[in-house]
Each structure stands twice: as C-alpha cells, then as structure tokens.
Design a protein around this ligand. Structure first.
Ligand code: NDP
Length: 330
C-alpha cells in the first residue's frame, strides 16, 4: 500500500494562478506521452507517485492523450484507484476537450454538445467525480466563443469541474474568452500555451493579456519536448521522443546547430549549478505571469531532476542575453 512521503511539501514552491485562490506547484506533470496503453503501468505509476512525493500536486491530462485517445485518463484512473485516492483533496487534476475524440459532428472543437459529453466521458475514464480544472483545448473558429465558454461555466456550476481554463488561444481570442467567462460568473483561472526558450510566442501579447485579466499561465512543453535537456547532446537515443515515432519531434529536428546551442546552454546551466532541464524550467518561471511549468517525462529520474528547478528561477541580465545569443539563428 502506497504511503505518500511525509515531507512532500518541504521543497516544492507553489504559485497562485493569476488572481485566483488556486496555488499550483512550480513544476506540474502532464500525461500526454508515456501514460497511454503503449506505456507500462509500473512506469506510469512510478512517475505519478514520485512526482506526488516531491510536492507535484498537479497532473494534467486531456481526452485525447494516449495512444489510443482516452487511455492516459484511464491509466491515471488506475493509479488513482490503487494508490492516490486517499490523497484526492491534495490533487489538482485537469482534463480538456477540443481535439477529435469520436466520429461525427459532435466529436471535436467547441460546441456545448461536445464539451459536456466529452467531460462526462473523461470523468468516467479517470474514475473521478470532478476535474479540478477543465479546459477548452483549442479555439474553435466556427462556434461562438459564448457557446463554448457557457459550456465551461455549466461544467463548473454542475460540479463536474472546479475551475475553467483555456488552451492554445491567441492573445485577442483569449481576452474575449476571459471577458465572457467573467461575465458568466466563472472567471478563467488558467491559460495553457506552449512556452520555452525555443518558443517565445506568448511574449507577443498573451502573457500581458493573462496578467491584465488576472489569469494564471501554465506553460506546456517548457523543455521543447525534450530538446532543452541533456537527452540529445550525444545523438538521438532509441528510447527518446525524437528516436520514436512522434510526429511532433523527429530525428531530423535534432540538427548539428541545435546540438551546438544545447551544449552552450548546458555549460551555462552548469555555471548556475543546474542541469539544462532545470535552467530551461527556471527560464519560463522567471516570468511572474507564469504559475507553473508543465513538463512531460518518461522516467521518475527525469521528474526528480526537473523538480529541483523550483525556487531557482532568477536570472541576471547577462545570463538572459547569453541564452538569447546561443539560440539566435536556430
Ligand atoms: P516537455 O517539453 O517537458 O518535454 C518532455 C520530455 O522531455 C520528456 O518526455 C522527456 O523526453 C524529456 N525530459 C523531461 N525531463 C527530462 C530530464 N530531466 N532530463 C532529460 N530529459 C527530460 O513537455 P511535453 O511536450 O511532454 O508536454 C508536457 C505536457 O504539456 C503534456 O504532458 C501535456 O500535459 C501538456 N501539453 C499540452 C498541450 C496543449 O495543447 N494544451 C500540447 C502539448 C503538451 P523523453 O520522452 O525523450 O525521455
């Protein structure tokens, strides 16, 4: 029988999501990769319990995570049932709807029909009574934002979710969604965009829009899918994401120029007393708008490495300029 580490809250730092009362760990764990049916239960369980023992209270899922879609929620549900149920009130579990889940006109995007049906399916798979955060996963160009946001508002009011969030919305779209949710009486608590040393897109207005609206930012892929780690310094390991069949990170993305930049970043991190992964996480967390860095992992050891980023998020101007210079031209 699993018993959580009694010192689990000793080392992790927690930040408030925007102007809400919700606090999240500086490092959160996402289940996009390595938690589906193709993954092993023992490794998935080891990662979840290791994370929780280190103060990672937030686990992020989506209806389509797997493969196959839905299986990451089921895997989480198995570990919850066998080990984590006694700690349910210490967990922030999120899921999302937006991408394709079932055939026909109601199986993706942002209609009220899809959002509510998908949340019900996700709750069943994960064996939960409610999600702590339920997100709209991507903007829908065809459905009025009011319809999608009022579906989130309904999910919160009906007790299926505690907080509402959005993901992948650009600054102007996000500002509109925040306004509708605020007027409905269910303020948006989190926005989930991609943000990393290699992807600065949220700096062009989105971080400001979140800050102005009191919405927290939880950035996904802060390690750029594993590139901002020491994984690829000496080739592409067979058990890495780029060594597998991910359409998002391929062997050819690991160019000699990238590896040269990563070696420079690794040396800078070492001078700060950090690993490259820890520095990359500290880099996103240097921004006060960022509530949490949402990592993925393929082993418990990676999680142990990443959580040490918490609390070490200050950079000198010289360090920031050095990072920019190393990645310029990539
Ligand atoms: P990351 O950028 O954190 O990449 C994770 C990968 O980095 C791991 O799978 C592992 O690669 C490698 N890694 C992690 N820690 C270390 C370490 N200490 N040392 C060496 N390598 C390490 O993020 P992801 O792309 O996995 O995304 C994270 C989460 O963000 C997802 O699980 C999901 O919850 C969310 N997300 C949300 C999206 C959205 O649209 N809202 C889209 C994408 C992600 P390897 O597997 O090769 O070992």
């Amino acid at each position: 029988m699993y018993e959580a580490n009694v010192n689990r809250y000793g080392d992790m730092a927690y930040r408030r999501a925007g102007r809400s009362g919700l606090r999240l760990p500086e490092v959160s764990l996402g289940l996009w990769h390595n938690f589906g049916y193709a993954a092993t239960y023992d490794n998935a369980r080891d990662m979840l319990l290791t994370a929780f023992d280190l103060g990672v209270t937030h686990f992020d899922i989506a209806n389509n995570y797997g493969p196959p879609p839905g299986s990451a929620e089921s895997m989480f549900g198995r570990v919850l049932k066998s080990d984590m149920q006694p700690y349910r009130d210490e967990l922030i579990v999120s899921s999302k709807a937006g991408y394709l889940m079932w055939p026909g006109p109601y199986g993706e995007w942002g209609s009220r029909k899809y959002m509510i049906a998908s949340c019900d399916q996700s709750l069943k798979r994960a064996g939960l009574d409610y999600f702590d955060v339920f997100y709209h996963h991507r903007p829908d160009p065809d459905t009025p934002v009011y319809e999608t946001m009022s579906a989130l508002d309904y999910l919160v009011r009906s007790g299926k979710a505690v907080y509402a969030g959005i993901s992948n919305y650009k600054a102007a779209e996000a500002a509109e969604a925040f306004k509708v949710l605020r007027e409905l009486g269910t303020p948006c608590v989190l926005h989930q965009p991609a943000y990393s040393i290699l992807n600065r897109a949220p700096e062009a207005g989105l971080l400001d829009a979140c800050n102005d609206n009191g919405v927290g930012v939880i950035c996904f892929a802060p390690l750029a899918g594993g590139r901002l780690t020491e994984r690829y310094l000496n080739g592409v390991p067979a058990d890495s994401r780029a060594g597998g069949d991910s359409p998002f990170l391929k062997k050819e993305h690991i160019t000699p120029q990238l590896v040269a930049a990563l070696n420079g970043l690794k040396d800078m991190a070492a001078a700060r007393g950090q690993t490259l992964a820890q520095m990359a996480l500290g880099w996103v967390l240097r921004r006060s708008e960022v509530t949490s860095a949402l990592i993925g992992a393929s082993s418990a050891a990676q999680i142990c490495d990443c959580v040490k980023a918490a609390g070490s998020t200050g950079f000198t101007g010289e360090e920031l300029a050095g990072i920019d210079a190393l990645i310029a031209g990539l």
